[in-house]
Design a binder for this molecule. Structure first.
Ligand code: ARG
Length: 572
């Protein structure tokens, strides 16, 4: 049971009795006691009463005796709550026998579509795709664990006018050569070569345009070449997913081309609903509330003046399919913040068209950029965008070197395994532990450090606990009575009991830095406990209790990291 929830459930009826209406007690951790509720302050203002009197009144009505050792009014009208050791011990014992560590499965499971990763065919994956892939995969893991039906969608950029030039370039190179370039992940040079020819050579431009028409018209040889491009790129992306250790598979690709047949229908529907307007030859929707810098209404262009459909129409078709055919009620889009307006407009238009009706809702999980040490957008030495695989390989190499330096006796295979788990974990954790809306600086030393809010710190905390059990040949007995003798044991117990609450909040906000922060606090609390409380040398009853606390910590770290897509190691 989640402690904050428990206290909140106890206070809520008392607040309701005093206020005559439901009130959220807003229980949170407190520097003065274990927890505090500040709700009396706002409520007193509303009722025109003294906050301290009102808080005292709430305490009178609250049934807290079996949970709290003390509950008192403090300061301007806070309620300070100190949980009794007995109650804490009982709740921790409850966790021990629960494979889900106190986290209940969703009461009303939903179908959730997570649109993430979405690289572009014949183009290198860059660090923006890293963020989308890592955040999206964490969302998938967490929602899936909570019992939702999760549909991964990899909205691959596999359609549109650039494919004319890409296919022509492929035909020029010859299929074998082109397949080779693409399979080794030399996507950028392939794309750039096509682009250079397109810019320099009029005849190539003309061929490329004819190719686009042929592709859209379903010309069989053109489609075959296009599929070759897509397949080679997909194979390459899957190798990156494998290195990155994410759950995306080949079955999750559902590129923009998949919606091609639906686009005309989407535009017809918008027309029938009277939502379409003509603007400079294009067909647009002007959703209310969106204006440009000049104050003019902003269009969402659904059909371009050349008759082609584009990115917005594709997203509308995809959305309609997700709520309609897939029956999804929660749509997540893990895409960089520069596309915020695009999604806000797509959601507004979909709402107006009736494709996005409550309870269905769409959320853009936007994210900031990854910066270099100079505080500017991360760039390669030559000034181009940083190739994602290069970055991941560097992480693994650095972590492998660190593992070897720490333990020179490691055999090569073990060092490589540690390097991979720690290096990839560090990259993911650096991403997930910062508020996703913010930019962050890629700082190798910091993210690979064994102390601080890092993956290696948490992985190390886990491995250390496992080694305690190995050394002692001990196992934790889930039914061992919990004894909370020392303040550091109490502090650890409170962190263990906070896991469920954090997971519940992250289910709603999908702000993974809260989960990361919680795991970091848990690992820190464990280290305080471990410094002060002997485990193996403790007298019997304490030893059993402490082993169980250690085991619960390890299980929580492992599960929490797993939700973030980060592996643990039994030895480090
Ligand atoms: N392919 C796009 C890019 O690389 C991202 C697509 C995001 N998803 C979507 N449904 N629009 O920027």
């Amino acid at each position: 049971m989640d402690l904050e929830r428990l206290l909140s459930d106890r206070l809520a009826p008392a607040f309701a009795a005093v206020a005559g209406a439901p009130v959220d007690p807003v229980v949170r951790r407190s520097p003065r006691a274990d927890f505090q509720s500040d709700a009396a302050l706002a409520l007193a203002r509303r009722l025109g009463r003294s906050p301290r009197d009102l808080a005292a009144d709430v305490l009178e009505h609250a049934a807290l005796d079996d949970v709290c050792a003390s509950a008192e009014v403090s300061g301007p009208g806070f309620l300070n709550l100190t949980v009794s050791d007995r109650a804490l011990a009982g709740l921790v014992s409850g966790l021990a026998g629960d494979a889900r560590l106190g986290v209940p499965a969703a009461r009303a499971p939903e179908t959730v579509v997570v649109d993430y990763s979405a690289p572009n065919v014949a183009k290198e994956m860059h660090v923006g795709h890293l963020r989308s892939t890592v955040i999206g995969d964490a969302a998938v893991r967490l929602l899936d664990w909570l019992g939702h039906r999760v549909v991964r969608v990899n909205h691959l950029g596999d359609w549109g006018t650039p494919f004319g030039m890409l296919i022509e370039h492929l035909a020029d190179l010859g299929e074998t050569e082109a397949a080779h370039e693409l399979s080794v992940g030399d996507l950028d040079s392939f794309y750039k070569a096509a682009r250079a020819k397109f810019d320099a050579d009029e005849a190539f431009r003309a061929r490329s345009r004819r190719r686009v028409v042929a592709l859209q018209g379903g010309d069989a040889p053109t489609r075959r070449l296009w599929r070759l491009l897509v397949q080679q790129s997909e194979r390459y992306f899957l190798s990156v997913y494998d290195l990155l250790d994410v759950t995306l598979t080949g079955a999750d690709f559902r590129g923009e081309s998949a919606y091609n047949e639906l686009l005309a229908d989407v535009v017809d529907d918008l027309d029938r609903l009277g939502l379409l307007a003509a603007s400079g030859g294009a067909r647009c929707v002007f959703p209310p509330g969106f204006t440009g810098r000049d104050g003019e209404p902003l269009p969402l262009i659904v059909r371009k003046s050349d008759g082609g459909f584009g990115y917005p129409a594709t997203d509308l078709a995809a959305l309609r399919q997700r709520t309609g055919e897939l029956g999804a009620t929660r749509l997540l889009y893990v895409v960089g913040l520069p596309q915020q307006q695009h999604f806000a407009m797509v959601f507004a238009v979909a709402g107006a068209a009736g494709w996005l009706r409550p309870p269905a809702r769409a959320e853009h999980l936007g994210f900031g950029s990854i910066l270099g040490s100079d505080g500017r957008m991360l760039r390669s030495r030559t000034g181009g965008s940083v190739k994602l695989v290069g970055l991941l390989e560097e992480a693994v190499a650095r972590a492998t070197d660190l593992a070897r330096a720490k333990n020179p006796d490691l055999d090569a295979a073990t060092a490589a395994e540690i390097g991979r788990v720690v290096g990839i974990g560090a990259v993911k954790y650096a991403d997930l532990s910062t508020d996703r809306a913010r930019d962050y600086v890629l700082d190798w030393e910091r993210m690979l450090a064994l102390d601080g809010n890092t993956a290696p710190y948490l992985q190390y905390a886990y491995a250390r606990i496992r080694s305690v059990f190995r050394r002692a040949g001990a196992v934790a007995r889930p039914d061992a009575p919990i004894v909370l003798a020392e303040p550091s044991e109490r502090a650890l117990a409170i962190e263990l009991l906070g896991f469920a609450g954090v997971v519940g909040r992250v289910e709603r906000s999908l702000e993974f830095h809260h989960l990361a922060g919680h795991l970091h606090r848990l690992a820190t609390a464990f280290s305080g406990f471990y410094e002060r409380c002997p485990v193996l040398r403790a007298p019997d009853e304490l030893r059993e209790s402490r082993l169980l606390l250690a085991d619960l910590t390890a299980r929580t770290l492992r599960q929490g990291l797993h939700l973030l897509g980060i592996r643990t190691l039994e030895r480090m």
